[in-house]
Design a binder for this molecule. Sequence first.
Ligand code: PLP
Length: 400
Amino acid sequence: MPGTELFGADERKEINDVLETGILFRYGHDALRNGHWKAKEFEAEVRKQINAPFAHAVSSGSTAVITALAASGIGAGDEVIVPPFTFIATIEAVLFVGAIPIFAELDETLCLSADGIKKAITPKTKGVCLVHMCGGMGDMDPIMEVIKEHNLILVDDAGQAFGASYKGKAVGLFGTAGAFSFDFFKIATAGEGGIFVTKDEEVYKRADAYSDHGHNHEGNNRGMENHPILGFNYRIGELNAAVGLAQTRRVPQVLAANRKHKAALTAALQSVEGISFSRLADPDGDSATFLNLMMPNATLAQALVDEMNKEAVTGFNYWYTNMYHFINQWDHLKEMRTTSKLNVQLLGASQDYKALELPKSQEVIGRLISFGIRCTWTDEEVQQLATKIRNCAQKVLAGK
Ligand SMILES: *Cc1c(COP(=O)(O)O)cnc(C)c1O
């Protein structure tokens, strides 16, 4: 959880700028805000770091995904291809814009594969919400070929992949729109916050209005601004934006530390027979927030999890049994437990969520154990962790 490891004087300074004026709102009040525009500066810092033509800060990664879907033109009844392995927010965002999620297979990149997407396409498919998982990236060349061939809208949920790239281009910028999360668990945090990105000025304008009740943000009388479209309130506040700004400035330093620690862990573990790693479609673009270890099968992965728990090894996730990240535990979705009726319940999904068969995804996620990389580790701590993992893995693999 790198961002939260580094909270300090820089964050306090940015927050204090806001506290001294009391202007907690991101728009207007020009004379009172003493020149501080934290949301705008947060957006500019993100644009600079990932070379994004347009960025718009919102209240969360979840609302950034909803904004990205809506601004891309995805809505009622549209089928959207999604992965079975993602933070549940991706699926909720598709449902809450009125669209219908259709699950497709992923591969060892931990992201939807081009082949998986292709096989899930139906005449009703409008788009794909691709999620760049566990600090890595989708295999974009073959994926973009399928997107173009079938004339689909791509939305990049890069919620947990700020700082990751593919062949020099930041994830988030491959589709019509993209989304990043700055929640408390991401590479940089705003406390709560998200960033919408796009290369297309029209899509940006729609997102800017959609996330603030349709305001076009022209002129200096908020009550008299035009409202080209209906929208909702997904605004970020200046206090959160202040934290997001200070944290985003730290990302280059975090990336360097993460990559160094991950390389050391990988070097120490790769000689263990039976251990492999998830596939990085572009190893140079890894944000290195996770070391993604693959065991030969799910039984051995569970055995390693048990052994590490016994030996008090901490800081890893076994997503296969995680309540929020893998479809096997999404019984609320399968049984459509909602507070009020959703579009998908009215229209029906063409896919039976209870009877889904995704053998490849089951196989890959069953084998996967992800270790969160801490940017504040010392080299000694990295070596100690590597030794513990190696010992546990060797014991488990010897007894197979
Ligand atoms: C964290 C995350 C989100 C949601 O972000 P919040 O800021 O927590 O709302 C969406 N998608 C992915 C892939 C995420 O990891």
